[in-house]
Design a protein around this ligand. Structure first.
Ligand SMILES: Cc1cc2nc3c(=O)[nH]c(=O)nc-3n(C[C@H](O)[C@H](O)[C@H](O)COP(=O)(O)OP(=O)(O)OC[C@H]3O[C@@H](n4cnc5c(N)ncnc54)[C@H](O)[C@@H]3O)c2cc1C
Length: 510
């Protein structure tokens, strides 16, 4: 009899795990509470408009390409990836704008136009972070199951480069004096739901990765990637059951042995949990069985920010870039309002995706899909969204005009809003914290919920709630790490990517 695995949740982490485990010969069932696969990386589709629900930046495809080739498949055959140039426009509320590009001289010219002395810092930043990423690779590709792994990983050797107690912003002062230029290379910490003034400096690699490896748009949106993962998993024999919430994980002693849904009980040799960590623990695992991650301890953890979302199908086209990021004039205050004071800002930073300039498949002819995201506090008693929803919508329609999206309201033909309350209640995300537990040093590496879940036997975590963290490439990496551990525990070997198909990192370290 083949060993069988149940995966709870068909988000990117769950689907990547399904592909890896099925390729290694296991019998795999994915059980998903929603009607479609993809989780936060699924789509909203209506009246000919198609929006990504969550991710719109597809970075560092290498990890997923390797997962596909380990299964004898090809990501590029399934999904067309378009490298964007400019990667995005960043507009500083305090004055100035940059069209971020990996064309070094074009980028230097634009930096010089804002802050003459900072242009030379761009090349130095790229050179230093190229080395930093290479040194960090083992850290991103391996589990952290305890202190011993920290030493094994030769983290100590990396410390001079990682500067663990510096923030990204402080670190960037080595290269750029103008705070706006530093923001252009640090706002990416918002991908983790964090402020660049608090986010550990090792995450300077996020902006480096964009310049070095590119920002991609998958044709059809990022949901086209998860849809392709679902297809590949099914070709490998994975059973995917949608519209079937897991109601309970079943235990014998401390060992997970199966799950219960409305359709019945399914026993398994191991369980992979992709559902939002904090929510799933409190819903699916009795508190008395947990030691390190009891409900009381989870309540004391720090959680990422949330997002206010507007998905607008609009008549007409916008001659503006694909990705547009607007940074509030007083960004420090905007971040303080999100992270510490837990109130709504009068001048929120925001992001607008105008994907129609790259991808005609997302809207009817002559129309546009606008995806508007404003980072806001996760659910907190200070903000009553039933009262704030409409006011904040009106504010956001005024805000997006600052990035050139003018005269929008009159032309809206389709509209959907998502607030932190909706993320919590409809999408089952604890406190609506869309990027999971914060990525502070005291909640990372072995201090994050571990890939081989430390409180129980037979449970493996994948997705943004475990190591290495939130964001698609590292979520795919979490699937590689956790499935390797699971297979080793069952005495099996993982399927590997054939050597000739290994995608080079293109790292040339002096
Ligand atoms: C607004 C937003 C923008 C983002 N932008 C980017 C970006 O541009 N680039 C990037 O790389 N990342 C981005 N991310 C972060 C991250 O990549 C995505 O959130 C990603 O989808 C998280 O994947 P996951 O595997 O952790 O879990 P999820 O996508 O949350 O999937 C978990 C799945 O588990 C299911 N589930 C939950 N409970 C149960 C249950 N009881 N039974 C069965 N199934 C259950 C859920 O329905 C869901 O399908 C963004 C996230 C958000 C929210």
């Amino acid at each position: 009899m083949r060993d069988s695995v149940v995966i709870i949740g068909a988000g990117p982490g769950g689907l990547a795990s399904a592909i890896l485990l099925a390729s290694a010969g296991l019998k795999v069932s994915v059980i998903e509470r929603c009607g479609v696969v993809g989780g936060r990386t699924s789509a909203i589709e209506s009246e000919g408009f198609k929006f990504d629900l969550g991710p719109t930046f597809f970075l560092f495809p290498r990890v997923l390409e390797e997962i596909f080739s380990a299964a004898g498949e090809s990501l590029r055959r399934e999904v067309e990836l378009v490298r964007l140039d400019p990667q995005y426009r960043i507009i500083f509320g305090g004055g100035g704008a940059l069209d971020a590009t990996s064309d070094i001289s074009r980028m230097e010219r634009q930096i010089a136009a804002i802050a003459g002395g900072d242009a030379a810092g761009f090349r130095r930043f790229l050179d230093e972070n190229r080395v930093k990423l290479q040194r960090m690779e083992p850290c991103l590709e391996n589990p952290f199951l305890g202190w011993r792994d920290l030493i094994n990983m030769r983290l100590l050797r990396m410390l001079p480069l990682l500067r663990p107690h510096q923030s990204v912003d402080t670190y960037l002062k080595r290269f750029f004096r103008d705070p706006r230029i530093r923001l252009a290379f640090s706002f990416q910490s918002k991908y983790l739901g964090m402020s660049p003034f608090r986010c550990p400096s090792l995450f300077s690699i996020l902006s480096f990765i964009e310049y070095e490896f590119g920002v991609f748009h998958p044709v059809g949106g990022c949901s086209a990637v998860t849809a392709a993962m679902g297809r590949v998993a099914q070709r490998l024999g994975v059973e995917i059951r949608v519209d079937e919430p897991v109601e309970e994980i079943l235990f014998q002693g401390r060992r997970a042995v199966g799950v219960r849904t409305a359709a019945g009980v399914q026993m398994a040799s191991a369980i992979v949990m992709n559902a939002d960590f904090a929510r799933a623990m409190s819903r699916l695992v009795p508190d008395r069985l947990r030691r390190r991650w009891t409900d009381r301890k989870i309540a004391r953890k720090k959680f990422s920010c949330s997002t206010f979302m507007m998905y607008l199908g609009v008549e007409g086209r916008f001659d503006l870039p694909h990705h547009n990021i607007h940074i509030s004039a007083d960004y420090a205050r905007n971040l303080d309002e999100i992270e510490n004071r837990h109130v709504l800002s009068d001048d929120p930073s925001f992001y607008v995706q105008n994907a129609g300039v790259t991808d005609p498949t997302l809207a009817p002819r002559g129309m546009s899909t606008l995806y508007v995201l404003a980072p806001v506090t996760h659910q907190h008693p200070n903000v009553d969204w039933s009262r704030e929803r409409e006011r904040f919508r009106a504010l956001m329609l005024r805000q997006i005009a600052k990035a050139g999206f003018t005269d929008v309201e009159r032309r809206i033909r389709f509209e959907r809003l998502i607030t932190p309350v909706d993320w919590d209640r409809q999408y089952e995300i604890h406190r609506g914290a869309t990027f999971n537990l914060s990525h502070t040093l005291d909640q990372m590496l072995h201090l994050r919920p571990r890939n081989r879940f430390e409180d129980l036997d037979g449970i493996y975590l994948v997705g943004g709630g475990t190591h290495p963290g939130s964001g698609l490439p590292v979520i795919f990496e979490s699937a590689r790490i956790s499935t390797r551990l699971l297979l080793a525990d069952l005495g099996l070997a993982p399927a590997t990517c054939p050597a000739e198909q290994h995608i080079p990192m293109k790292l040339e370290v002096a």
